[in-house]
Design a protein around this ligand. Structure first.
Ligand code: 0X9
Ligand code: ZN
Length: 756
């Protein structure tokens, strides 16, 4: 009877697995993943000999993840080794993860559905086929070769017009168990193809660079991790080594310091088995032959997991390659790109410093064979996470999103021989009566800039761009200068520089499809400007027993949520409980109320700097900071609320259109900033600084063209002025500004004749 039930259950499991292949929980009954601190090499060897599975590819003394059953755990305890559970019940974990994956698939809709769960090798083949149909105009199929078991190693080539271009290659999943790698890799193809012709940066990059995407480099191993009777934590390919153990570690098989002894083994049972000879594996050969045959792959990323690292060449030695500075800087740019998406930090360096040296890896072979800038990225989660190789499927999309930024950085490095940027940003306003200068930086990458070609292109709206040279201030620094504009202009501009070799680069890269813009302003009315150095009439009230607002130079030293400096850089600001040490608002609220702020008419903008931290202490994320306004001092309306979540301090400058806040028609108002201590044990630290209320206006410098003498009428006086300057370049008579006072200027006056 029992036998029948379990057989029945197996049939059901088998049927479900056929629909969505998933690792079988029953393969893991009685097993758990522990963090085990192994004291020395001898014990590592003893544990491996006793059949324990280390999940680190290169088991070493020190703490690391191990998969053990009850007997093995008893042995570890008998040996007195320190350990703690990471996944206390692997079967239950696998069952829960499978359920989570089924639910994620069932709930997934629309564009991102593919990324709602980990997908099998077959699902990738379907996805690739669909992609090729959807993007037949810009993408072609590539089959690099076949695996040991005969599976195709496939991918796509995105080349928007089929002409020869330098290429960037992204590959995933040399290591079978690193499931987050294929979707992260494939997402690059999806985003690039969907963005071409839609997103100006992607369009500009794909116009210059070919991109090759291979999501699964090790299909046999990947398939094995999905199959019932397989092994979720399998790493290698599935070579038959004619012995008790299968598989070669593809990322030890590459012909760069192959079998060099750094994290390598010649034991076929090892997870870092190098294989019978350098480049012996069909999966390695397939990718290598493609790269060699291509002939112009300039950069590549090999995606692995986990630990959130960007690993830079060389991988088997700390001896830096000749262009280490450029490679390391590029790694840093990729890390910054990743961090800009979801705030996660990926450390970038030579792997010997932040992971371990390894011989025969795909960091070094491309770099040493054809000079490509090649990187390995270890994806989510961080090294301390218990999820390890098995993060929940909800991690897939954010991981893919952040790493797409790294991919764009690498593609851009190949696409542009020099980088142009504006260190202070583009000017937000330009003037009717004066030029506006801004700083430009041009950085050499693969080519040096020809400084004499640095040009500003500008126009007042539609029509052709005019040009002006940039002033080269020396080194990478240039200055651009926009002319005066008229009020009804909508200035558009971009910068270009050619390399000494003649390649032109623009900023923005996609100019003139994408341009910089500024607002034309002739006057800036200032209703209030308070940098906190004096008190123009702010008052403090409230129920707090301690920690009220006061004004001064921050004294808290940046401790426990205190601002270390003021907001606008003048020195002083308003702060709650501004004393050194453990101080904050206690037992109620403290309100800071402004003097009466007079804003006649509409169109005013208010900006200020604010700081709010509530996440230290026993009750984090409970308190809020309120900024409100009132016309009569009794009814208050919200400007913004900071907290209760996401309030970790940091000065933030924000601005508000007062009309949009509901102040249209309001001639004067007061501002109130309240910091409250609601939860017991919470630490509340608030700051306020640099309040400005301004209105930008535009009145043309000469609202009446033709009225050269400014008497309000275009008449004979103005004609006489032109005649007096006839034949010269005197601006007083040069109505149309073409550099010569001539009959055209007289015709202009005649056309405008009469009162202004
Ligand atoms: O050991 C590996 O192959 C990679 N780590 S993983 O956990 N994904 O297996 C790192 C390879 C980095 N390359 C070098 N250190 N050369
Ligand atoms: Zn790996």
């Amino acid at each position: 009877m029992i036998h029948l039930i379990s057989a029945c259950a197996m049939v059901v499991t088998g049927a479900a697995a056929a629909a969505v292949p998933m690792p079988n929980p029953t393969d893991y009954v009685g097993k758990q993943v522990i963090e085990l601190d192994v004291p020395d090499e001898l014990t590592v060897t003893q544990l491996l000999d006793d059949g324990l599975s280390a999940l680190a590819c290169r088991p070493a003394p020190g703490p690391g993840p191990w998969l053990v059953d009850a007997d093995q755990l008893a042995m570890i305890e008998a040996l007195g080794l320190d350990h703690s559970p990471l996944i206390p019940d692997m079967a239950a974990h696998q069952r829960a993860r499978n359920a989570q994956r089924r639910a994620a698939r069932a709930a997934a809709r629309g564009l991102d559905a593919f990324y709602s769960d980990y997908r099998t090798y077959d699902e990738y083949q379907t996805r690739i086929d669909q992609f090729l149909t959807d993007h037949a105009d810009i993408a072609t199929s590539v089959t690099l070769g076949q695996s040991h078991e005969g599976r195709d190693i496939r991918g796509v080539v995105i080349n928007v017009d089929g002409t020869d271009k330098p290429a960037v290659l992204f590959n995933g999943c040399q290591h079978a168990r690193e499931w987050i790698s294929p979707p992260t890799t494939w997402y690059i193809a999806d985003m690039l193809a969907d963005g071409y012709g839609v997103d100006s940066r992607i369009t500009a990059l794909l116009d210059r660079v070919e991109v090759v995407v291979i999501p699964i480099t090790n299909p046999d191993g990947y398939e094995y991790t999905y199959n019932a009777g397989g092994y979720r934590f399998w790493r290698k390919n599935r070579r038959d080594n004619s012995g008790s153990c299968e598989g070669v570690d593809l990322n030890r098989n590459w012909g760069a310091d192959w079998n060099g002894g750094e994290s390598t083994s010649t034991d076929p049972c090892s997870d870092v088995y190098v294989g019978p000879s350098s480049m012996s594996e069909p999966e390695v050969q397939a990718l290598a032959n493609y790269c060699l045959g291509h002939g112009d792959i300039r950069a590549q990323i090999d995606f692995h997991s986990y630990s959130q690292l960007i690993l830079e060449p060389r991988g088997y030695t700390t001896v830096p390659p000749p262009d280490w500075d450029a490679l390391h800087a590029l790694g840093g740019e990729m890390a910054a790109g990743i961090q800009s998406v979801h705030g996660l930090s990926y450390t970038h360096d030579n792997p010997c410093h932040i992971l371990y040296c390894a011989s025969g890896t795909l960091i070094d072979w491309p770099y040493e064979t054809y000079g490509a800038s090649s990187f390995t990225i270890e994806l989510r989660p961080s090294s301390g996470s218990g999820d390890g190789f098995d993060p929940p499927p909800s991690q897939i999309l954010p991981c893919a999103e952040e790493n797409f930024e790294a991919a764009l950085v690498l593609i851009e490095d190949v696409a542009v021989p020099m980088t142009i940027d504006l260190p202070m940003g583009p000017p937000s306003i330009v003037h009717t009566d004066a030029e506006t200068s801004f700083a430009v930086r041009v950085v050499e990458r693969s080519e040096a800039p020809d400084s004499s070609t640095a040009t500003l292109h500008y126009r007042g709206g539609a029509g052709a761009f005019s040009e002006r040279g940039l002033t080269h201030l020396g080194g990478e620094s240039y200055e651009a200068s926009l002319p005066a504009f008229e009020c009804d202009d909508s200035p558009e501009y971009y910068v270009s520089v050619a390399s000494v070799g003649g390649t032109e680069v623009r900023y923005p890269l996609a100019a003139p499809d994408e341009v910089l813009t500024s607002e034309v302003v002739s006057e800036l009315d200032v209703a209030f400007d308070d940098d906190g150095e004096t008190n123009p009439g702010w008052s403090v009230s409230g129920t707090a027993s301690d920690g009220h607002w006061n004004r001064g130079v921050p004294a808290g030293g940046g401790d426990r949520g205190d601002p270390p400096t003021d907001g606008d850089g003048s020195g002083q600001c308003w702060l709650t409980d501004n004393v050194a040490g453990n101080s904050d608002v206690d037992g109620g609220y403290s309100a800071l109320t402004s003097p009466e702020l007079v804003t006649p008419g509409d169109g005013w903008t208010m900006s200020y700097w604010r700081w709010f931290s509530n996440d230290y202490g026993a009750s984090p994320n409970e308190d809020v900071m309120l900024v409100e306004w009132s016309e009569d001092g009794s009814t208050w309306s919200l400007v913004e609320q900071i907290g209760p979540t996401g309030a970790s301090g940091g000065w933030v400058q924000t601005d508000f259109d007062l009309d949009a806040l509901g102040m249209s028609g309001v001639e004067s108002f007061r501002l109130r900033v309240t910091a409250e201590d609601a939860g017991s044990g919470s630490v509340v630290e608030a700051g306020f600084d640099g309040v400005q209320i301004v209105k930008m206006d535009c009145v043309d410098a000469n609202p009446c063209p033709g009225d050269l003498d400014g008497d309000g009428t275009v008449g004979v006086d103005d004609v006489l002025l032109v005649l007096g300057a006839f034949g010269t370049n005197d601006p007083a008579g040069d109505l149309n500004g073409d550099g010569i006072v001539d009959v055209n200027d007289i015709l202009g006056i005649v056309a405008a004749f009469g009162p202004c």
